[in-house]
Ligand binder design. Structure first.
Ligand SMILES: Cc1cc2nc3c(=O)[nH]c(=O)nc-3n(C[C@H](O)[C@H](O)[C@H](O)COP(=O)(O)OP(=O)(O)OC[C@H]3O[C@@H](n4cnc5c(N)ncnc54)[C@H](O)[C@@H]3O)c2cc1C
Length: 433
């Protein structure tokens, strides 16, 4: 981690991650016309995970990033390694049948395993720490977490343990929670340093990554052509990994996801004794509310606290105004603590809260919509995209078979309708029902 007081890292959101990135060097923009086996649009976790999988297997890969590597959600998130998907496996079983739930359950721990494997293999310096705590406010949330644990155990996850109210203090010093559950296979990372480390691994294997190279057109065909303002890539395959930042490039898939913003802030570095008192086990924490708070320690002893939500990707005018009151409810002892960084980022929400993955043509694949829990899933799905290109599409096809529907209300009403749904679930949380 570099010195966060040298904050300049142009092209990134003004985050603590950008300030403390351990590789601030920019890559050149694409100029001229080049060829590759695979052209990937977007250098977030999904695109870079796919690139690494492909480069490791001998494919020539070009990644085109409109801004900087990790510019999107991947370089701004809470850094929490959360296992599983944004919809739990019971819901997946009810909706899509037990066979699909079994197939997805069998690989639901793989995303976190990929992260740990790559950190070790490529010596990625990203402050990896093991352990996550899910905090419950109410007895109902404790029962729900117990059900999640029972389902997970059926799928082979043995790292979950329930935590009683009297044990909460082992993980977080606050009076707010009625109990919770720990996940020993969870954890946290500096996400921008993770994706930068993976990008370096891609390059070490011969892959090429261009920054400031926004894709403006994709021409389908037997050798698709991907165009930027100053160049083009002709490839055998194209992978679309632009997620919530894809914009209007491909309306056929853009209409099935909605950008949603979440806000994060980082305090000044805290006294080592104080931060160890607040989060003694150094686990990351997320609460069980529908619109949830998530927080953790950083390697330089800051509290990094996230929450809030903006459907349609709208940012509130005052970022800390949303998050700081929540932080103080959890840790009133931080009343006089300075907030040094505040930023926001967009993730892609799907109507089903299940990632949307599929083919736009025989040689053009896409994946997006991890719906807020994407650090692990993007690593898994990036790998699966790479496998599909290599001709092993079994796991890709399971995901691609899950139906994904457009948001009701079209472009105009989808935001207010989703807000209404979120308000309803938020109200249930507040009432404890
Ligand atoms: C504030 C916040 C906090 C979060 N916290 C967590 C967390 O703690 N744990 C967790 O599991 N998940 C979390 N998430 C979700 C997680 O970060 C995302 O699911 C994940 O990073 C998505 O990765 P991605 O590669 O699919 O998309 P992104 O990281 O958004 O990458 C897409 C990239 O594509 C580029 N792009 C788009 N269009 C084009 C184009 N036309 N040409 C070229 N490039 C293009 C963008 O510039 C961007 O860099 C959080 C998300 C946010 C926003």
């Amino acid at each position: 981690m570099s010195d966060p007081t040298s904050r300049s890292n142009p092209g990134h959101a003004p985050s603590w991650y950008a300030a403390s990135a351990n590789d601030k060097r920019a890559r050149v923009a694409l100029t001229g016309n080049i060829t590759a086996d695979v052209c990937i649009i977007g250098a977030g976790f999904t695109g870079i995970s796919a690139a690494l999988q492909l480069a490791e297997n001998g494919f020539s890969v070009v990644v085109l990033e409109g801004e900087r590597i990790g510019f999107g959600a991947s370089g701004r998130n809470g850094g929490q390694i959360v296992n599983g998907y944004s919809r739990d496996l019971d819901t997946i079983a009810r909706r899509y049948g037990p066979a699909k739930a079994k197939a997805l359950g069998a690989i639901s721990l793989e995303g976190a395993a990929i992260i740990r494997e790559r950190v070790a293999k490529y010596a990625i310096d990203c402050d990896l720490v093991d352990g996550g705590f899910f905090a419950a406010f109410t007895d109902k949330q404790i029962r729900d977490l117990g059900e999640v644990r029972a389902t997970w155990q059926k799928h082979g996850h043995t790292g979950l343990e329930m935590v009683s109210k009297s044990e909460v203090g082992r993980y977080v010093k606050t009076d707010r929670y009625a109990g919770g559950m720990i996940d020993r296979l969870g954890g946290h990372i500096h996400p921008l340093n993770m994706v930068l480390g993976e990008a370096r691994a891609v390059e070490s294997l011969g892959g090429r990554i261009f920054e400031n190279s926004r894709v403006t057109a994709l021409e389908m065909g037997s050798a698709p052509v991907v165009r930027t303002e100053k160049g083009s890539v002709t490839a055998k395959y194209v992978l679309v990994c632009g997620n919530a930042y894809l914009g209007t490039l491909l309306p056929a898939i853009g209409d099935r996801m909605m950008p949603v913003s979440s806000q994060v802030m980082a305090t000044e570095p805290l006294d080592a004794n104080l931060i160890a008192e607040l989060l003694p086990a150094n686990y990351c924490v997320e609460d069980a509310n529908y619109i949830l708070d998530y927080y953790r320690r950083t390697a330089d002893n800051r509290l990094l606290y996230g929450g809030g939500i903006g459907y349609g990707g709208q940012d509130p005018a005052n970022l800390t105004g949303v998050i700081r009151p929540n932080m103080l409810k959890t840790f009133p002892q931080l009343e006089n603590t300075k907030i040094e960084f505040a930023w926001s980022g967009n993730f892609a929400l799907t109507l089903t809260r299940v990632p949307h993955i599929g083919r736009l043509a025989d040689n053009v694949y896409f994946s997006h919509g991890d719906s807020g829990h994407g650090v692990t899933t993007t690593h898994l799905l990036g790998k699966i995209l790479g496998e599909a290109v290599a001709g092993h599409a079994g796991r890709f096809d399971v995901w691609a078979s899950l139906p994904n529907l457009p948001f009701p209300g079209g472009k105009v009403f989808r935001v207010p309708l989703t807000m209404l749904g979120a308000w309803w679930y938020g109200l249930r949380d507040r009432l404890g029902v």
